[in-house]
Design a protein around this ligand. Structure first.
Ligand code: ATP
Ligand code: MG
Length: 243
C-alpha cells in the first residue's frame, strides 16, 4: 500500500468510527475476524466462539457487527439496533482484541452479509483478509444466503461447533454448493446457550449470571428489555418490600 492508499484507508476507517485500522504494511497479511449476528442479546457463547477463532486462526482482531435488520428475522420481534449494539459494546469492551461496530446497524434496509463484505473489501487493501465467524448451525445455511458466491469470494468462513449440532450437514452443504468456500471448523468449549434461551430466562425472572457479562444483564434491567418490569424507585410499597 503506498502512502496515498494508506491515507485513503485511514480516512475511510476514521469516517466509520469503529473499524480497525489494518493493512498498513504491504509486506504483511492482516486477518480481520467478523462476528455477525442479531445479538439479541449477546452472550458468552458468541464471546467464547470469537475468542477461540481469534486464537486458532491467529486473527488480528474480531469485529462484532450486530445486524441492522437481520434477513432471517423479518417476521420476528427484534430489539432495536441501538440496544443490541449497546449490549455488544458493553460485552466486548474489556477485551483488547474485540471491537463492536455500528457498520451494519447504520446501514439502511435488510442486512446482507455479502453487502458487508463487499463494502469492507472496498475500504481495506488486498492484504487484509476477512474471516466470517458463525456458529455451526448458521454455517450450513450460508450456501443459501443472498449472493453466496460473493461471500465465497470475499471471505474465509469459520464455523464454531455448537453442542448438539452434527457437522456432517454443513460439510455436505458446502460439497454440494457450486461455489468454492474456504471453511475452517473450530471446536469451541461447549456452551449450549442461545439468545432465545436468555430471553426466556429474563421473561421467567431467572438469573443471567455467567451466561452473559454482568454489564449486559445490567443494561437489560435498566432498559426493561425482554419483559423486565420497571422498578418503581421510591414508591413506598417497594421500599417496604426491599427492607
Ligand atoms: P437466537 O436464539 O435469537 O437465534 P443466537 O444465540 O443463535 O440467538 P445469533 O445472534 O442468532 O444468536 O447468532 C449469531 C452467531 O452466533 C450465529 O452464527 C450463531 O450460530 C452463533 N452462536 C450463537 N450461539 C452460539 C453458541 N452457544 N456457541 C457458538 N456459536 C453460537
Ligand atoms: Mg440464532
Amino acid at each position: 500500500m503506498d502512502d496515498t492508499e494508506a491515507l485513503r484507508v485511514a480516512e475511510a476507517v476514521v469516517e466509520r468510527g469503529d473499524l480497525p485500522l489494518l493493512g498498513r504494511d504491504p509486506g504483511e497479511t492482516y486477518r480481520m475476524g467478523i462476528m455477525g449476528g442479531t445479538f439479541d442479546p449477546i452472550h458468552n457463547g458468541h464471546l467464547v466462539a470469537a475468542e477461540q477463532a481469534f486464537d486458532d486462526l491467529c486473527l488480528d482482531v474480531v469485529v462484532f457487527m450486530p445486524a441492522g435488520r437481520p434477513a432471517f428475522k423479518q417476521d420476528k420481534r427484534v430489539t432495536s439496533g441501538e440496544d443490541r449494539y449497546a449490549m455488544t459494546l458493553l460485552a466486548t469492551s474489556d477485551n483488547p482484541h474485540f471491537l463492536a461496530s455500528r457498520f451494519e446497524v447504520d446501514r439502511e434496509g435488510i442486512t446482507y452479509t455479502a453487502d458487508t463484505l463487499e463494502q469492507l473489501s472496498a475500504i481495506y487493501p488486498k492484504n487484509v483478509e476477512f474471516y466470517f465467524i458463525t456458529g455451526a448451525d448458521a454455517i450450513a445455511e450460508i450456501v443459501t444466503w443472498r449472493d453466496a458466491s460473493k461471500i465465497a469470494r470475499l471471505a474465509h468462513l469459520v464455523g464454531a461447533t455448537r453442542p448438539g449440532y452434527d457437522l456432517a450437514h454443513a460439510r455436505a452443504a458446502f460439497e454440494e454448493s457450486p461455489y468454492e468456500f474456504d471453511v475452517t471448523y473450530l471446536e469451541v468449549p461447549a456452551l449450549a446457550i442461545s439468545s432465545s434461551y436468555l430471553r426466556q430466562r429474563v421473561e421467567a425472572d431467572q438469573s443471567l449470571r455467567y451466561l452473559t457479562p454482568d454489564q449486559v444483564t445490567g443494561y437489560i434491567h435498566k432498559h426493561h428489555l425482554y419483559g423486565v418490569r420497571p422498578k418503581r424507585y421510591g414508591s413506598s410499597d417497594l421500599e417496604a418490600q426491599d427492607l
